[in-house]
Design a protein around this ligand. Structure first.
Ligand code: UD1
Length: 362
């Protein structure tokens, strides 16, 4: 099978996390290459993941960097297409919902290559989110749709999508299970002097939150009122830059209960999440991770594409409403402790490998 050439197009932090289990299973049987668009370039958002996950250096780094989305995606497509003209891959794998995901799928389809979308069918039904647009476009371009959940399949069926849908489960189950083992060695809670289960992990980087001043002011109001609650905030460079630009960074620093730290590597981050009392976030991936680690999650969005975490009782959606955030921190807790395997059994990478070998390349 090594004569078959498969390529993964990745570029941002959440792509690298999903790449790891797929690379591990695929490279054993197929020739697997990696194109890194360079969307994320800071050590903490990119290289650290390749190091921690023992991933090989990407075969290509396109060094696209940041920019207006049209420019960023356009540059990615141009450069990926150049590689695709030279190299004829038998299959292109794209992951999740980032700009790199869409660019990889678009360049592939225009180069007459097969595309499979991992984490297909997710919908928040919120078109203000760049990720929602990327999901819809990528799903519509892909011939093979690897649906993470039953809801994801139902979304794709409702949209009468062209590609073939496969129920694969979600990669997060195996990723979190592996990271949990390694996380026992992490020293981050000690280094930050945190009492286990006595702090909150907060993340916020979504464009629809960071670009609206009132959203952030609401968060600051909530955190000021929660002055007795320790809040750890690994701050994404986008958020930091925007807050500094709007002169809100200092306001947040003035909250003595908020501890801002640089973005953490995956192992440290999972250790932080696992030992937190609760999570407050606008991230998609973190909602799943919190669920899988049985940590209650407060989602500061109006909606979520990971609806199962809400129906299972482990996630509440508060938007950035300060009163709702405060009540959820102080009074809300999941009522049932048991969890159904809503993201699958933890064998998603193997299921995907089998589909690739038995159905796509055969
Ligand atoms: C991207 C994904 C988002 C994902 C997030 C995880 C899209 C549309 N969004 O958002 O779904 O949850 O990654 O981190 O693809 N920046 C740096 N250093 C970096 C990368 C970015 O400073 O290494 C700053 C730059 O100011 C840049 C801004 O962050 O302009 C936004 O970066 P971008 O890659 O466009 O999107 P993210 O917000 O990182």
């Amino acid at each position: 099978m090594k004569s078959y050439k498969v390529v993964s197009v990745v570029g941002a932090r959440p792509n690298f996390v999903k790449l790891k289990p797929i690379h591990n299973v695929v490279e054993k049987v197929l020739h697997h290459e990696i194109i890194h668009t360079g969307q994320h370039y800071d050590f903490e958002l990119s290289e650290i993941f390749f190091k921690e996950f023992n991933l090989p250096k990407p075969d290509y780094n396109l060094e696209i960097g940041s920019g207006f989305p049209g420019h960023q995606v356009g540059e990615m497509i141009k450069k990926i297409e150049r590689i695709f003209i030279e190299k004829k891959y038998d299959l292109v794998l794209v992951y999740g919902d980032t700009n790199s995901t869409f660019a990889g799928a678009f360049a592939a389809i225009k180069s007459n290559m097969k595309v499979a979308h991992i984490e297909s069918g997710l919908r928040s039904f919120d078109r203000r989110m760049p990720e929602e647009i990327n999901r819809i476009l990528t799903d519509n371009l892909s011939q093979y749709l690897f649906a993470s959940t039953k809801t994801a399949r139902a979304n794709l069926e409702r949209e009468k999508i062209f590609g073939k849908i496969y129920d694969t489960g979600d990669l997060s189950v195996e990723i979190v299970s592996e990271a949990k083992k390694l996380a026992s060695k992490s020293r981050i809670t000690k280094d930050l002097d945190l009492d286990l289960k006595n702090y909150i992990v907060f993340t916020m980087h979504r464009a629809e939150n960071t670009e609206i001043d009132t959203s952030f002011l609401s968060i600051i109001r909530a955190f000021t009122s929660l002055s007795d609650v320790k809040i750890v905030f690994p701050i994404h460079p986008r958020t930091k830059k925007i807050l500094e630009g709007k002169k809100l960074y200092q306001k947040l620093k003035d909250c003595k209960n908020v501890f801002m730290i640089p973005p953490a590597g995956y192992i440290d981050f999972i250790h932080l999440v696992k030992n937190a009392e609760k999570i407050i976030t606008d991230s998609g991936g973190l909602q799943k991770e919190a669920y899988l680690l049985s940590v209650p999650c407060i989602t500061i969005r109006r909606n979520t594409e990971w609806i199962e975490t809400v129906t299972e009782g482990w996630n509440v959606s508060t938007d950035t409403n300060p009163d709702k955030i405060i009540t959820s921190v102080r009074k809300w807790n999941p009522t049932k402790i048991t969890q159904n395997q809503v993201f699958g059994k933890g064998n998603t990478s193997k299921v995907i490998k089998k589909i690739i070998i038995d159905e796509i390349l055969n």
